[in-house]
Design a protein. Structure first.
Length: 380
C-alpha cells in the first residue's frame, strides 16, 4: 500500500493507494479540517471543495464507492450533510455522530475504485460492479421501533430482504457490518440479543461462521433512532474465497461471551486479497479485558491483537488502507494520537469519541486493507 498526504487550504488529506495495472485500483481518502475556528458550514464547504479538487486532480479517474461523514453534533449538522450526500446519487453515504478528537466538526472517509460502474439499486442498496463481482453497500439504515432491540431486529430483517431481492443471503454474501448504538452502555445488550436471534434464523452460528463487524457508540440527529447500520456484501464470491480470522493465541471466539461476530475476514480474489478487521480492543483469549485503566498498555495490546489477525491472512499493517480508532475518554486523545503517529505516521486514520461496548475497554480500532495475491478465483 502506498501512502501520501496533501496539504490544502484549511484541509489536509491522507490517501492510501493499491495500484493495479490489470484490474481495478483502490484508494482510501480521509479528509480532515485544519482550521478548527471555522463554523460548521465553513468547514463543510472547505471539505467539499477539497474533495472535489482531489477527485478532479490527484484521484482523477476514480469513482467513490462508499463515504462516511463523522460529525460532532448530528442534531444540528446531519440535515446539512444529508443534503450534500444526496447529491451523489451513485455512492452510499453514511453519516454518524462520533465527535472528532482533533477538535474539528466534520471529517470524511471515502473508499474509491477505478474501472467500476456504480448505481443505486431499489430499496437502498448501492452497487459497484467490476469484473465478475458486484459490491453492494448499505449506509445509515435505521428503524423507529420503540427499543434498540426491536430496531436492530427490524433493520436486519429489512437487510435480509434487500439481499434476497438480489438473490443473495446474509450468510453467503455479507462480509462486513457496522452497528452504531446510541447510549451504547445501556442499549448494546438489546442489540446483541436481536443480532444473535436473527443470526440463528440465517444459519449463522459458531459451527458455520458469523460476520466481521464493529459495534460501537454513535448516533444520528434523531434521538428516537437508537441504532444505525452500515453493511457490505459481495455478489459473485464463493465460500472457498472467504477465510475467517481467529488469532486464538490472543483472542477467544466471540460467542464465548455472548456476542456473534467474526474477528476478521480475508477474501481471496484472483489478483488480490481483501482483509477486513472488526472492531478490536485490548482483550485476551479468555475474553477478559487486558490492562484495565491503562490506556498505553491497552493500545499496545490492541495492536498486538490486530497484528495476530493480520498474520493469519499473511498480511501486516503495511497492507492496511485506513484505521478508525475509537476512544471512550477524550482525555486519552493526545496519548493515543502520539502513539499512532509514531508507529503509523502515513496510514490514513480518524480518531473519534465513541465508547466501546464494554466500559473497561478504553480504546478500539478497525481497519481495511488489500494485499497482492494470486489464485484461480476470478480477479477482483
Amino acid at each position: 500500500m502506498d501512502y501520501h498526504r496533501l496539504i490544502l487550504k484549511d484541509i489536509y488529506a491522507e490517501i492510501s493507494t493499491y495500484h493495479s495495472t490489470d484490474s481495478a485500483s483502490e484508494y482510501h481518502l480521509i479528509l480532515h479540517v485544519k482550521n478548527r475556528k471555522l463554523s460548521f458550514e465553513e468547514q463543510v464547504d472547505k471539505l467539499q471543495e477539497a474533495y472535489l479538487h482531489i477527485l478532479q486532480h490527484e484521484l482523477s479517474g476514480t469513482t467513490p464507492v462508499f463515504k462516511r461523514y463523522y460529525l460532532s453534533d448530528a442534531a444540528n449538522q446531519a440535515e446539512t450533510l444529508q443534503a450534500i450526500a444526496s447529491q451523489d446519487k451513485k455512492c452510499a453515504s453514511s453519516i454518524i455522530e462520533q465527535p472528532l478528537l482533533d477538535g474539528s466538526k466534520v471529517a470524511l472517509w471515502v473508499y474509491l475504485m477505478t474501472d467500476v460502474k456504480c448505481q443505486k439499486l431499489d430499496h437502498g442498496l448501492y452497487e459497484a460492479a467490476h469484473g465478475s463481482y458486484r459490491h453492494l453497500w448499505l449506509a445509515s439504515a435505521f428503524n423507529k421501533a420503540s427499543k434498540a432491540e426491536y430496531q436492530m431486529r427490524l433493520i436486519f430483517n429489512d437487510y435480509i430482504m434487500q439481499l434476497m431481492e438480489q438473490e443473495l443471503t446474509l450468510a453467503d454474501n455479507c462480509l462486513r457490518t457496522w452497528i452504531y448504538v446510541q447510549d451504547v452502555d445501556n442499549n448494546y445488550a438489546g442489540v446483541v440479543k436481536a443480532r444473535n436471534e436473527v443470526f440463528i434464523t440465517q444459519n449463522l452460528n459458531p459451527d458455520t461462521h458469523f460476520i466481521a463487524s464493529t459495534g460501537i457508540a454513535g448516533r444520528t440527529g434523531d434521538s428516537t433512532i437508537n441504532v444505525l447500520f452500515d453493511a457490505y456484501a459481495v455478489d459473485g464470491i464463493t465460500s472457498k474465497q472467504v477465510k475467517y480470522l481467529h488469532a486464538r493465541t490472543h483472542l477467544n471466539p466471540t460467542h464465548e461471551y455472548g456476542v456473534s461476530f467474526e474477528r476478521g475476514t480475508a477474501i481471496e480474489y484472483g489478483d488480490r486479497k481483501h482483509i477486513l478487521i472488526s472492531g478490536t480492543a485490548s482483550i485476551n483469549n479468555r475474553g477478559e479485558i487486558e490492562h484495565p485503566g491503562n490506556i498505553k498498555r491497552q493500545v499496545e495490546r490492541m495492536w498486538e491483537n490486530v497484528d495476530a489477525l493480520l498474520k493469519e491472512a499473511d498480511a501486516d499493517f503495511c497492507d492496511m488502507g485506513q484505521f478508525t480508532v475509537y476512544l471512550r475518554d477524550i482525555a486519552d486523545y493526545e496519548v493515543v494520537r502520539k502513539m499512532f503517529d509514531e508507529r503509523f505516521p502515513d496510514t490514513p486514520k480518524v480518531i473519534t469519541l465513541a465508547p466501546v461496548c464494554r466500559p473497561g475497554w478504553l480504546v478500539e480500532m478497525e481497519c481495511m486493507g488489500v494485499k497482492k495475491f494470486k489464485s484461480k478465483h476470478p480477479a477482483f
